[in-house]
Write a protein that binds this ligand. Structure first.
Ligand code: AMP
Length: 605
């Protein structure tokens, strides 16, 4: 039975008719968003009653209460650091009901870090169903705007990452690795709207080269059937394009001969691709012709001519990649479909074909209990004067349009009033559920891929690296940084102004400065180092030495634009074009990390 979509699509292409499965999903969205407040009340009561006997809720004497007033007056708002002791006990094997009455099934390793290591987020088995539910809503919404997506395939570059075990034997791995390895994903029923070119065998291969090679090869084979191209984040899709630039010759050779690159040794990939690979010299010639000229502009629609949109997140830190994606895609629409984290999947974009700058995510009230800490810039963590007491938290249905909030969640897995660290601005409502623009993640200075480097980490890295200059009686007097995404993969650039006591005999040369680059990388957090070593998604760190006096010029420039001379602080990260131009015009030498820093999947104890 065909029905009319209940989701208003003003500003979009729809509404149009959709099939029964889609209709159910859209009705579910309507039901949840129309009753946002009562769904939230129910979710909180459900979480509190099932977890009433946990050590955590008993500690705060909730005494089985499941209402908002008791909850808000007794349970503190916390950060990951506050929960470290409980998390450590669970990791060490304590199976008692510490945070959750349901057994902790595994830890999800967040890209957010604490003391340089990924945060460990406890999760429970049934959370997989909740994640699956959110995924199941994405295509029904997309189908309202883009017709015919059941007539072809999606070329999605999806990867698993390494996993470890905690001392107590629980798995610790990223949320997507957990999802791709679950039966929910591996044995998903056939759905014409969700046919991917990448076989599970390729997605599940832990070696990133072999996985990417196989996924690209399959994408090229099915090039005419591909209707959408995607990856989770923009950086991932650009890595795939870079891979094509580097390996198209071998890929074309494989296609021409119907054989598989001997570097792909994973037996399950070889087995699975042996059924696909047939010599196709015509396709190989086409790919060679498109790739050999060194002309990469618009390469996506040239190779995959039926692509209707790119499915990648380009909100938040990923917005820096929009111009590059536009270059390779010839301006294809960019769809940001969902907003999620290791702690909890939050919600979806009900107008997925809108411009990236207009993306708003509707938080689904059934996913967790959501509260919002009003965010004022004057309360920011970097403010050294003691801030006023934080204002009370606001419920999901009560946030106000135009205001900014920090997201605080209470999850089924046992996080209670946990500060996620994301700053969101309310842009409007869908029924009674608010919609949010993702403003930024708190305290993130530099980000290229999933790495998030804060000011303290950068400072520590600079201090450590500059010790190598002590012998030369040289010090770093000022520094700033820049996430350079002009090349793929992007890399960190650190501008250093040096004070060299004896420029004639003790000027630091290239060797020592490249060692400084490496020393900085060794100090950065494990997510950064994993991106460098295992994923190759970040290039070698670069130090650019600027002429002495450059940072004074930077200050003069800021003051000429209205900054107060008393309050001026050197920005520790820059991306404003005139400032970049000023800095780059003063560069005297540049140096790159000569090798990869250390990284192993195992966490130090
Ligand atoms: P992780 O815990 O490593 O899964 O990272 C989750 C974080 O990624 C979120 O808290 C956000 O800061 C960021 N993130 C996730 N989805 C989006 C999105 N759609 N737009 C912007 N940032 C996002």
């Amino acid at each position: 039975m065909a029905i009319e979509s209940p989701i208003s699509s003003s500003g979009g292409v729809g509404p149009r008719t959709c099939d029964e499965k889609d209709a159910k999903a859209l009705e579910f969205i309507q039901e949840m968003t129309k009753n946002a407040d009562s769904v939230q009340e129910k979710v909180l009561a459900e979480i509190l009653s099932r977890n009433a006997k946990t050590e955590y809720l008993e500690r705060y004497k909730l005494d089985g209460a499941t209402d908002r007033n008791n909850f808000k007056s007794k349970i503190p708002v916390i950060t990951y650091e506050d929960l470290q002791p409980e998390i450590q006990r669970i990791a060490n094997g304590d199976r008692s009901a510490i945070l959750s009455a349901h057994p902790i099934s595994e830890f999800l390793t967040s890209s957010g870090t604490s003391a340089g290591e990924r945060k460990l987020m406890p999760t429970i088995q049934e959370e997989l169903d909740r994640r699956q539910l959110l995924y199941s809503l994405l295509m029904p919404v997309m189908n309202l705007y883009v017709p015919g997506l059941d007539k072809g395939k999606g070329l999605y570059f999806l990867f698993v990452k390494s996993e470890t075990k905690t001392p107590g034997g629980l798995l610790a791995r990223p949320v997507l690795t957990s999802y791709y390895k679950s039966d929910h994903f591996k044995t998903r029923p056939y759905d014409p709207y969700m046919v991917y070119t990448s076989p599970n065998e390729a997605i599940l291969c832990p070696d990133s080269f072999q996985s990417m090679y196989a996924q690209m090869l399959c994408g090229l084979y099915h090039q005419k059937e591909v209707l959408r191209v995607g990856a989770v984040f923009a950086s991932g899709l650009l890595r795939a394009i870079r891979f094509l630039q580097l390996h198209w010759e071998q890929l074309a050779k494989d296609i021409s001969t119907g054989t598989l690159n001997p570097k792909v040794i994973d037996p399950s990939i070889r087995q699975c691709l042996s059924q696909l690979l047939k010599p196709n010299p015509q396709l190989a010639t086409f790919i060679s012709t498109e790739c050999s000229g060194g002309q990469w502009e618009g390469i996506i629609p040239r190779i995959w001519p039926n692509t209707k949109y790119l499915d990648v997140i380009v909100t938040g830190a990923m917005a820096q990649y929009i111009p590059t994606l536009d270059y390779y895609s010839g301006g294809l629409p960019l769809a940001c479909t969902m907003y999620a984290s290791s702690e909890c999947y939050f919600g979806l974009n009900l107008k997925p074909m809108c411009k990236p700058s207009e993306v708003s995510y509707t938080i689904m009230p059934n996913m967790a209990y959501f509260e919002f800490l009003p965010h004022h810039r004057s309360f920011s963590a970097t403010d050294s004067s003691s801030p006023p007491a934080p204002p009370p938290l606001v419920d999901l249905a009560d946030v106000e349009v135009g205001k900014e909030y920090e997201l605080v969640i209470t999850t089924y897995a046992g996080l209670c009033r946990y500060r996620v660290g994301d700053i969101l601005r309310v842009t409007g409502f869908h029924n009674s559920a608010p919609q949010f623009h993702f403003v930024r993640r708190k305290n993130v200075l530099l980000s290229i891929d999933s790495d998030k480097t804060d000011e303290a980490e950068l400072q520590n890295a600079v201090e450590n690296a500059s010790q190598l200059l002590e012998e030369l009686e040289t010090s770093v007097v000022e520094y700033t940084s820049y996430a350079d995404t002009n090349s793929i993969p992007g890399h960190y650039v650190i501008y250093w102004e040096l004070l060299v006591k004896d420029p004639i005999t003790k000027h630091p040369g290239d060797y020592v400065l490249t060692q400084c680059c490496l020393a900085m990388e060794e100090c950065l957090n494990s997510v950064y180092r994993q991106c460098r070593v295992a994923d190759n998604s970040i290039g070698p760190l670069e130090i650019r030495i600027v002429k002495s006096g450059t940072f004074e010029e930077l200050m003069d420039y800021a003051i000429s634009r209205g900054a107060s001379i008393n309050q001026y602080k050197v920005p520790r990260c820059v991306n404003f074009t005139p400032i970049m131009e000023l800095l780059d015009s003063r560069v005297v030498s540049s140096h790159f990390s000569p090798t990869c820093p250390h990284w192993t999947p195992n966490r130090p104890n």
